[in-house]
Design a protein around this ligand. Structure first.
Ligand code: PLP
Length: 391
């Protein structure tokens, strides 16, 4: 990778942060803004987790930790992985990082270089493409289609692999669509990947426990045949409402572990110690707050989907995971980004246009339902007014 000025000029954005800034400004000017833009739980971090961080500070945990994270925090991740996947990983394969994004960065810079191709979901989390372009590798979008319930299609994904493909990025449950890729499709994908040993896999499983209607997430850790080229991204941000703590983890194959360790030493030294103690409390402590949050998301999911489907020209399939709805607005006569911007400026409803997540995002909006039921209903009413007024 060439870290030239040109490479930095290729870095993109996550427009959700720009929308959040605009929404905050409008609110400061006295507008009653309803924020369905940013992808973060609207709940507080559970109290026992906050207490664990305070205790760590009082106990004097103020210094550096090992670059890959405290052994106790990595062991907590091992226990958590066993609980959610039934797979035993070693703490020697776990890295604690400042959020989920650093794993994305580390993996993409590890495999990306001019001449390489990296496959990523479209629509998908915008940072994938941005970081691929940073490295000079060619971004190759994997279409994620509404008609497939916004799941990956193994066939379509495998068809895009060439001798130049270095990395495939998979995300389920997914941002921005809420799609969950079923086990049958992942089985097919992995079977196909066995024929392409030159392709590494980054599985972004940050929404792993956020599924609904009895749907379950199927981790790529279940496939020993690709473990030596699999990196699993996960973290505390979404599950325990800890986006501002900057706490993530990832699971690395033996031969890459030292590379990420060195990157950590060079870039961030370690994650702040109190957060790492809080991370242990999150994993080992009571999960009732998480369950309460998930029940609230589930209720809102139904309200948002029903509301969206009542709007003229809008249809929305029921998302099976995460906390996003991705309605189709193709029959409204609007393009997605102008509609998102008009809804914010005229109706004070903040949401994101689908094109911010990829080429196939045109014709869709992303709503995060991390907001109260009452606010969601008011936002739907405002959208209804707007669309019926023929604005
Ligand atoms: N991966 C996906 C799919 C996400 O949606 C997000 C955040 O929105 C992240 C990773 C990054 O999480 P973090 O805030 O822990 O860096």
């Amino acid at each position: 990778m060439l870290h030239t000025v040109a490479a930095f000029d290729r870095i993109g954005e996550e427009n959700a942060f720009a929308v959040l800034a605009r929404a905050t400004l409008l609110a400061a000017q006295g507008k009653d803004v309803i924020n369905l833009g940013i992808g973060q739980p609207d709940f507080r971090t559970p109290e026992h987790i906050v207490e664990a961080a305070i205790k760590a500070l009082r106990d004097g945990h103020h210094g550096y930790t090992p670059a890959t994270g405290l052994l106790a925090t990595r062991e907590a991740v091992v226990r958590r992985t066993m609980t959610t996947t039934g797979i035993e990983v070693s703490p020697e394969n776990v890295v604690i990082l400042p959020g989920g994004k650093p794993t994305m960065y580390a993996t993409i810079v590890l495999f990306g270089e001019p001449g390489a191709e990296i496959l990523y979901p479209d629509p998908g989390f915008p940072i994938y493409r941005s970081m691929i372009e940073f490295t000079g590798a060619a971004p190759v979008p994997v279409p994620i289609r509404e008609e497939n319930g916004f799941a990956f299609s193994a066939e379509e994904t495998l068809a895009l692999i060439t001798p130049k493909t270095r990395l495939l990025i998979v995300n389920s449950p997914a941002n921005p669509t809420g799609g969950v890729t079923p086990k049958s499709e992942i089985d097919k994908l992995v079977a196909g990947l066995e024929k392409h040993p030159h392709v590494a896999v980054l599985s972004d499983e940050i929404y792993d426990v956020m599924t609904y209607d009895g749907e379950t997430h199927h981790s790529l850790l279940n496939y020993p045949e690709i473990r030596d080229r699999l990196i699993v991204l996960n973290g505390w941000s979404k599950t325990w409402a800890m986006t501002g703590w900057r706490m993530g983890w990832s699971i690395w194959p033996d031969q890459l572990y030292d590379k990420i360790r060195k990157l950590a030493v060079n870039c961030w030294s370690c994650v702040n110690a109190p957060s790492q103690y809080a991370g242990i409390a999150a994993i080992d402590g009571p999960q009732d707050e998480v369950e309460k949050m998930m029940r609230a998301f589930d209720r809102r999911r139904k309200i948002v989907v029903e509301g969206l489907n009542s709007l003229p020209g809008v249809s929305c399939i029921t998302p099976k995971g995460a906390f996003y709805a991705f309605p189709n607005i193709k029959d409204t006569g609007w393009k997605a980004k102008p509609l998102a911007s008009a809804l914010l400026e005229d109706k004070s409803v903040a949401l994101i246009g689908g094109p911010d997540f990829g080429i196939l995002g045109e014709g869709y909006l992303r709503l995060s339902y991390a907001n109260s039921e009452e606010s969601i209903l008011r936002a739907i009413d405002r959208m209804d007014d707007f669309l019926r007024s023929g604005a």
